[in-house]
Design a protein around this ligand. Sequence first.
Ligand code: 26W
Length: 823
Amino acid sequence: MTETTPPIATPEHTVEGFVRQYLRELTYTQGTTLERASVDDKYLALARTARAYLMSRWNRTVTQQYRQPVRGVAYLSAEYLLGRQLDNALIASGLEDIAQEALASLGLSLDELRAAEVEPGLGNGGLGRLAACFIDSLATMNIPAIGYGIRYEYGIFRQTFVDGRQVEEPDSWLDHGSPWEIARPEQEVEIAFGGHTEKTTVNGVERTTWTPGWSVLAIPYNYMVPGYLNGRVNTLRLWSARATRAFDLKIFNYGDYAAAVRAQTFAENITKVLYPEDSTPQGKELRLQQQYFFVAASLHDYIERLLGEGFDLRRLPERITFQLNDTHPVIAIPELMRILVDLKGLAWDEAWEITRKCFAYTCHTLLPEALEVWPVELMSRLLPRHMEIIYRINDEFLAQVRERYGDDEMLVRRMSIIAEHPERAVRMAFLASVGTSKINGVAELHSQLLREKVLTDFADLWPEKFTNVTNGVTPRRFVRLSNPGLSALITEAIGDGWATDLERLRELEPLADDAAFRAKFREVKQANKHRLVDLLARRDGIVIDPDTMLDVMVKRLHEYKRQMLKVLHVVSTYDKLRTGELDPASAVHRTVVFGAKAAPGYKMAKEIIALINHVGARVNADPVVSQALRVAFPANYNVTVAETLIPAADLSEQISLAGKEASGTGNMKFALNGALTVGTDDGANVEIRQLVGDDHFFLFGLTEPEASAIQEAGYRPSAHYEQNPSLRHALDLIASGEFSGGDRSVFEPIVSNLLYEDRFMVLADYQSYMDAQERVDAAYRDQDAWSRSAVLNVARSGFFSSDRSMRDYLDRIWHVDPMPIEG
Ligand code: 26W
């Protein structure tokens, strides 16, 4: 590619320059005038203006990487929970003040326009948001990296409440198009499915050809991933499915229009909607189609477009590591084997060597039910060649196992990628363990449990493969962007280097002992609380009192995360306040804020959401109780809500059963925004507590070894009900119909599940949790001491930057050097 075209000048980095570019976008792109423009026009013009300032950096990044091909990272994730793009683009270019002033000079308000942006909800929760934080850090650290994923037409559902019950609505986020994407239809890739394979021998070498049954086109859409004030803009490439032209013509001409259209929609269904499960795979065929679709398009794109035909694929491992974000993209392993052996003609062993070196796998869960398995029947039908390749990989692997451990058939059956029971199925986590060079968990405890409990046999066979990289969050979005008050306070105290070197927050430690600084810190927190009050009033019609402790639990609804423990705390406090055991006047006044979506098929989770809303309604309606306790449950918790909610929080609820939450990342965001944590020794809570110190963390509950020992010995939840009066009162109150208009049947399933099953030991940890909450109340009474602890939480949480996570991946797995962008 000869760079003949003179570089297009980036718009001037001045208020005048910004106004000029804005009016140009309004006129030439939106085709309207300031007088006639709709809010959408004004927002889209603003988005395109911010984009224009990033465009030349994007082109320079792509051009430089094309000219000087270097080793890089390709992140394969079925989910990216990106959040709104406008503010991130403005801060990445240092344009927020200029934009604010420029818009004001045109009589426009940035606040009003930013609210017009629809958040791309292309993810469920932790895994998807982590991917978004990681690509932000890779760009900010000048790492040559590309993110690959799926451009779902419908993202995570919009949650509304009807009589307190979750109702899902489709998330048609593309209705008004997205100014942040650029389609590249000319770089489409045809993706094949179904059909059959044939063995042929070509000059003595057995070759396999795959004759697909049908195919679809993968259309790439590029999204900018701007580095923070560093001239680099990396690319996130999301694939969208479209019918191949041939598809409709034949049928169409045959006059069967309905069939032609049906074929059209059938193809496009592949990227129609994100699967809203975040723990229990439904094993739906369309889900496997989605996974293969984006993986095959991405590998083809990287090998054929970015490397190009001249590249010697034997050197592929020198050039790239494909990081597999959980098991969802693991079909990439047999797909690369198919490309290398069937299409490029490499020998099996050589291809296997290359493949294993090119891939690394991150596991994000500990729940056995969350580990994906695909029935052999389905895999053989949808991807016949890949099933053959998986069989051969497994045969050669099991031969290795037998060689190493002798004929221990039990072990062989236990380690086989193919499970025999309950049906013959491909265990994707096992395929990932065999077909990658590195396997990591996402927190110290998680990686330890992966080795000891989930992938034990593989850790025994290949200890060198297993490592840990504790999660992190981007300080750009979750401090700099969402907490401008705290950012200014920090920058005033230690300069602005912290945004790209978060460990510098340590320099705040001495200021924890500075009363004036603590006072300013409290002012910032109070101002953030008022911002939240406005948001909840405007968005949800929810009224909260900023002069109460904001006790926040926001995460997906799942029994292992134990929202029920928080509900029991609310109910028993309600009970004590209404019976007078607790005097509302002297009690610490709390507002408990929930945010949580439940997977639509997860019945118990939806029941718990209904219970939270009904308990909340009763608490808020009680004239005595509501003086000291209120519950708020804004619907449709997402990244945008988190950006206002987290900076306002005083208390962060991280109360999962020890050994169940792989890491958690919300916990990190709360600590970095000066909230204190009440939590178990689970996931990254352990590392947060180690860094912030026991005096500044409210620890409670069984440890993982204690919990599993009780489970092994036989756990009888009802024993806690019998022995603990306050627990019994709380459960009896729920069972009595107190929160369901006297109808005992409504919440009976929840209560009986806790009494007779309680898989996640809510009752076992109840008293310890209540005691911890007593300690929280006592601590909160001394506001100055509380803010000292809060400042120390901020100062000691720099480790939880996703930049540090990237440094760990680079040191332990990727071994890629930064490449600053010239000019
Ligand atoms: C196929 C269904 C499915 C979909 C998503 C199963 C599992 C998932 C994800 C792995 C669930 C997830 O988001 N896990 C969360 O990942 C975060 C990032 O590493 C961790 O911080 C959370 O602890 C973990 O629950």
